[in-house]
Design a protein around this ligand. Sequence first.
Ligand SMILES: Cc1cc2nc3c(=O)[nH]c(=O)nc-3n(C[C@H](O)[C@H](O)[C@H](O)COP(=O)(O)O)c2cc1C
Length: 219
Amino acid sequence: MSESEIAPELGTMRVAYELGSLDESGLAATWHEQLARWLDEATRAGLPEPNAMVLATADGHGRPSSRTVLCKGLDERGVVFYTNYASAKSRDLLATGLASATFPWFPMQRQAHVRGPVTKADPAETAAYWATRPRGSQLGAWASPQSETVGSRSALEAMLADVEQRFAGVEQIPPPPHWGGWRIEPQVVEFWQGRLNRMHDRLAYIRDYGDWHIRRLAP
Ligand SMILES: Cc1cc2nc3c(=O)[nH]c(=O)nc-3n(C[C@H](O)[C@H](O)[C@H](O)COP(=O)(O)O)c2cc1C
């Protein structure tokens, strides 16, 4: 069976993008204010998980992979997410020092994209965020050897039971040494707004030797 027979509707799926526009005069002075503005608008529009972003990394041989993470920090220094430092993505980040992330806000016919070098968040910053996480998420972070093969669901649940026992009676669970934040320090931040006839608006803040410039890119 050919692919077109399995999902014949794929070729005809098409959306006319006409919800908005983006021009240079409407942009915030800095990329992080503009990103905060679009995050806020996505949140107020009721989009599910408005801070979800698709993180792309590559390993030392250039082999790419991507997955969703949650943006948990944003300021002039960059965009922060939290994860396991021994995971596949963290191994990639250690190998290349580079990442890109895309916020897909499809109902608003928008996406924003950041890319640049990464650094680990300061342990104090990680600890401050860790303290806001629910206890269940904290235990999960201790229990799960993220990206490793596990024998079965019950093996995974046994790992959780072990850490529950280990931290029984401990009120403030400390962050695991293998867990923390990564900050993408963008060199490019692009804002994309869909327009009619594929004539989309793409405006990018581009850092060049410390100075930021705004460029319009062809759709
Ligand atoms: C909506 C959503 C949010 C997620 N947020 C995170 C996150 O903030 N941190 C994280 O490590 N994994 C998060 N995940 C799981 C990752 O997508 C991924 O499965 C996991 O981090 C392992 O990735 P890796 O093996 O490539 O390192 C999230 C998944 C989804 C669908």
